[in-house]
Write a protein that binds this ligand. Structure first.
Ligand code: ATP
Ligand code: MG
Length: 374
């Protein structure tokens, strides 16, 4: 069988052999008996856009706060730019944090907000002026210096917070859901802007979000976390195309999961039988090497199932629901053998798919149906 190549945008920083900007070695954080972060090991490279992605409560903010120095790990070591930072107070670490709530001063204008830290550090006046001007330029706020935050939009206020962090020229910028308060459209614009800003300034970004689409859009690499542990660390394409386990498959995008018993396993090719009696041809990559009789899960993405066609998996089905989404249409079908399946079809040139109640045939290839580990 031909192996489908996953084409990942090269991880620029790692590929360029850049140094490690942030190293987490065996980091655990306990609050009483509760383990919020569990033995985290991560290298984040210089100039990388790195995201920590996971559901609420998985330990993202706690991890970021330990890098920033607002929280000390219970165990393990953190280094930033090659220096261990245990016991180093936040303001002496070469990092800056941007929070979801912008934490800008409402009574100060844009210039004074951005200049705040520099003035406190007794930076000479003309240097303050030129650095603030540079920072405002970077985030496209030139010309807004005299305005107070109340006279700015949400997106502009977030830019002030960014400028205030960038003006200190940190080696690493930590961002905790910085776009969380913005509406969807502005948020999408700011995602692209942040990404190009990061490429332009070359500062390492460690970005925390629970929004998978946001992480996929912006990151060079993403650590998917759950319950204090990294579930998978990879680039966006690899995460989406070859999720390591059921959690990642379900968290990144939508997916159809078949649960069943392995009937045959030959190399990577795996046949399983679901409880409903459906036979599913799948492939097991990497570490997953299922044995006959074992209970496993296999997943196929909705856009990799088609109407009609042939392939390793073909099934008669009845269309239960049709949801027109503009660029695509989502169908929910019930398979003849039992069980439901979600399909996406692009509405490229027409939108004349089947209707609710129609009898159809659906198919998908074994190589797009992945046996999931753990
Ligand atoms: N100071 C604290 N004392 C006790 N428990 C805490 C403390 N800070 C965080 N926790 C707990 O640790 C876990 C991880 O919290 P954290 O804020 O890191 O989650 P998160 O991934 O950032 O979630 P969210 O997406 O909701 O912001 C949570 O269960 C939280 O309740
Ligand atoms: Mg958080």
């Amino acid at each position: 069988m031909e192996d489908r190549q996953i084409r990942e945008r090269p991880a620029r920083a790692e590929a360029a052999g850049r140094g490690v900007a942030v190293r987490l070695a065996g980091i655990t954080k306990r609050f009483g008996d509760f383990v919020a972060v569990d033995d985290l090991n991560l290298d984040i490279y210089e100039g990388e856009f790195f995201s920590l992605l996971g559901p609420s409560g998985c330990g993202k903010t706690t991890t970021l706060r330990m890098i920033a120095g607002f929280e000390e790990p219970s165990q393990g070591e953190i280094s930033v730019a090659g220096e261990q930072v245990q016991g180093v107070p936040p303001y002496r670490r070469p990092v800056n944090t941007v929070f979801q709530s912008y934490a800008i001063f409402p009574h100060l204008n844009v210039f004074d907000n951005v200049a705040f830290g520099l003035r406190r550090a007794k930076t000479p006046k003309d240097e303050v002026a030129s650095r603030v001007a540079d920072a405002c330029e970077m985030v496209q706020l030139a010309g807004f210096e005299k305005r107070k935050p109340g006279m700015l939009s949400g997106g502009q206020q977030q830019r002030v917070a960014l400028a205030r962090a960038l003006v200190n020229r940190p080696k690493v910028l930590l961002l905790d859901e910085p776009l969380g308060a913005l509406d969807l459209k502005l948020r999408k614009e700011m995602q692209l802007e942040l990404k190009s800003l990061q490429e332009e300034v070359g500062i390492t970004f460690v970005y925390v979000t629970h929004d998978q689409e946001e992480a996929l859009t912006m990151s060079d690499r993403i650590a998917v976390m759950n319950e204090g542990k990294v579930q998978q660390l990879a680039g966006p394409t690899t995460l989406y195309e070859t999720p390591a386990n059921r959690f990642v498959a379900g968290f990144i995008g939508q997916t159809n999961v078949f649960s069943g018993t392995v009937e045959a396993a030959d190399g990577e090719r795996t046949t399983l039988r679901t409880r409903e009696g459906l036979r599913v041809e799948a492939v097991a990559r990497d570490q997953a090497s299922p044995k006959e009789g074992e209970e496993v899960h296999a997943a196929v993405r909705p856009e990799k199932v088609r109407f009609g066609g042939s392939g390793d998996n073909v099934s008669a089905a009845e269309v239960k629901q049709v949801v027109y989404l503009g660029a695509s249409t989502q169908y929910i079908v019930e398979l003849e053998g039992g069980g439901k399946l979600v399909l996406y079809q692009q509405n490229a040139f027409d939108a004349t798919g089947p209707l609710e109640g129609d009898g159809v045939s659906v198919s998908w290839d074994a190589q797009n149906c992945l046996v999931l580990g753990g």
